[in-house]
Design a protein around this ligand. Structure first.
Ligand code: ZN
Length: 101
């Protein structure tokens, strides 16, 4: 009986993010990647939905995700280039790359 078993979730398997660091940085971090330097801001969730460039699916309102923008984009302040990603898609983007239109 599946209901008699404990949840299949294994909390200890989830990546642990130090809360103190999270608080100190406001959830924001800088990332240097093959495709440039990025600022990554974690957000708990928004009141609107966004389309994730990693999987081309919507991020539902209230879903925690990340906002990333280029920090080395000299053409602008970077804010206009903000993209909202599923956390997992952001972390996997090196393998998959963003969806091109
Ligand atoms: Zn996604």
């Amino acid at each position: 009986m599946p209901s008699s078993r404990r949840s299949g979730k294994r909390p200890y398997a989830a990546p642990h993010v130090p809360l103190d660091l999270d608080r100190a940085t406001g959830g924001r971090s800088s990332v240097s990647a093959a495709d440039g330097d990025w600022v990554v801001q974690r957000v708990r969730g928004s009141d609107r939905e966004y389309r994730c460039p990693g999987c081309d699916q919507l991020i539902a309102p209230g879903t925690g995700h990340v906002v990333a923008w280029r920090s080395d984009d000299l053409l602008g302040d970077g804010v206009a280039g903000r993209r909202h990603w599923h956390s997992a898609c952001w972390q996997a983007r090196d393998r998959r790359g963003p969806t091109r239109h």
